[in-house]
Design a protein around this ligand. Structure first.
Ligand SMILES: NC(=O)c1ccc[n+]([C@@H]2O[C@H](COP(=O)([O-])OP(=O)(O)OC[C@H]3O[C@@H](n4cnc5c(N)ncnc54)[C@H](O)[C@@H]3O)[C@@H](O)[C@H]2O)c1
Ligand SMILES: O=C(O)C(=O)C[C@@H](O)[C@H](O)[C@H](O)COP(=O)(O)O
Ligand SMILES: [Zn+2]
Length: 368
């Protein structure tokens, strides 16, 4: 078991616990935090596979729990499901001493976290991430949100969990495509700031993208170390945290254009494609080399993730550009992109010329 603390001046410190068999021990970890009841927010798929182990563990530790299940998939990051979850918490009669437990992937974590942030102006929540993506990324750092047809994650709150339990064993039931989607955020962490991590992920570590538990555990630990260091310094994305958005300015616009249809394009797939686009844009600006671009495309393709825009569909440059201008990093309508001077050397570029980005999108295959 590895414990990675997440701490910064601006919020109460918490631990991310990474290991095997943690779901069966969850009750013992959560009991000291839960002075009253718990509500497990999960999705219908995860409820059928993993909820029973969690409730049994909570019961054994003397913690009562109820389950609230939402439909699986990105569609649950909506006003309608947020309202339904909040109404169930009220109906159950939770109070401020009670705890919400998010058991699931990034969708459940983002939705349950936002519900916890809003319920009676904020109650405690615990993250038990069950996808690779959620273990390496979404369960850590306190970003919670829902989507609107106007864009990804546009309504949300920063609300840090009290504890994160990342049980590598629960990944054994994850469909292969979801493992690869989570792998994209792992690659992203290396591309941002750790070239040696990319070397490992491209070599021995590549077994993780095929579900090898030892490689997955190491990938989760290194990802959480990278993310927790960034979040500890800059909880609310005033500066450095924006680096964690590498690949997302392009990726979120593409996800929005496909109507958040994760059957067509999962979040991690959009991020993988977005990282390739960010490196190609950087090379076009002479910031990084063609060799860097080739290396990024190779590690992304090795995990059977998309590298080119036409793998995600057909897009109009002006539609993508308009969505990018509505991104949360944009300032006064001016674009912010996360670009790179090389592998492991990402930086925040503000005031990026929209006309250049439009021309780039057309080069990438978007229609004029
Ligand atoms: N808050 C953040 O910092 C942050 C970071 C990254 C991504 N996100 C968000 O996370 C979301 C994507 O998360 P995701 O990729 O985990 O998707 P997801 O939550 O939709 O899970 C993917 C699928 O896997 C199923 N599943 C989950 N765990 C399983 C398991 N152990 N076994 C079998 N099936 C399982 C789910 O039911 C779902 O169908 C996006 O909305 C994205 O915006 C948020
Ligand atoms: O934690 C962060 O900060 C991130 O940017 C992590 C991203 O992987 C994640 O998809 C996040 O939800 C994107 O945030 P947003 O602010 O661009 O909506
Ligand atoms: Zn992401």
């Amino acid at each position: 078991m590895t414990i990675i603390p997440v701490s910064g001046g601006a919020f109460a410190a918490y631990d991310v616990v990474v290991g095997r068999g943690l779901l069966a021990q969850a009750g013992a970890h959560i009991a000291p935090l839960a002075k009253g009841r718990t509500v497990i927010v999960t999705d219908e798929t995860v409820a059928g596979i993993h909820a029973q182990a969690l409730t049994a563990s909570l019961t054994a530790a003397g913690v009562t729990s109820e389950i609230v299940a939402v439909p699986a998939g990105e569609g649950s990051k909506s006003f309608a499901e947020l309202e339904r979850v909040l109404d169930r918490l009220l109906e159950i009669g939770l109070d401020r001493k009670d705890v919400v437990i998010a058991l699931g992937g990034g969708v459940v974590g983002d939705l349950a976290g936002l519900a916890a942030a809003l319920f009676m102006r904020g109650i405690d929540f615990v993250q038990i991430p069950t996808t690779l993506l959620a273990q390496v990324d979404s369960s850590v750092g306190g970003k919670t949100a829902i989507d609107t047809p106007r864009g990804k994650n546009l309504v949300g709150a920063f609300h840090q969990p009290r504890l994160v339990l990342a049980d590598i064993d629960v990944l054994a039931t994850l469909p292969e495509r979801q493992v690869r989607s989570g792998w994209a955020e792992v690659l992203k962490h290396g591309l941002i700031c750790d070239a040696a991590f990319i070397d490992w992920l491209a070599g021995e570590g590549a077994a993780g993208a095929r579900g090898d538990p030892a490689a997955l555990e190491r990938a989760v630990i290194r990802s959480v170390e990278i993310k927790s260091a960034v979040v500890g310094e800059d909880e609310k994305e005033a500066g450095r945290r924006a680096l964690l958005n590498l690949g997302h300015t392009f990726g979120h616009a593409i996800e929005t254009e496909v109507g958040f249809d994760e059957g067509a394009l999962a979040h991690g797939e959009a991020v993988a494609l977005g990282c390739c686009m960010a490196f190609r844009y950087s090379a076009g600006e002479d910031l990084c080399s063609a060799d860097d671009v080739a290396r990024v495309e190779t590690v992304v393709a090795a995990a059977r993730l998309p590298t080119r825009l036409d793998q995600a569909g057909s897009f109009a440059a002006d539609r993508l550009l308009a969505l990018m201008a509505g991104d949360k990093k944009a300032e006064g309508g001016a674009l912010t992109l996360i670009l790179a001077r090389g592998i492991g050397q990402a930086f925040v570029a503000k005031g990026v010329d929209a006309a250049k980005v439009r021309a780039f999108l057309i080069e990438e295959g978007a229609t004029a």
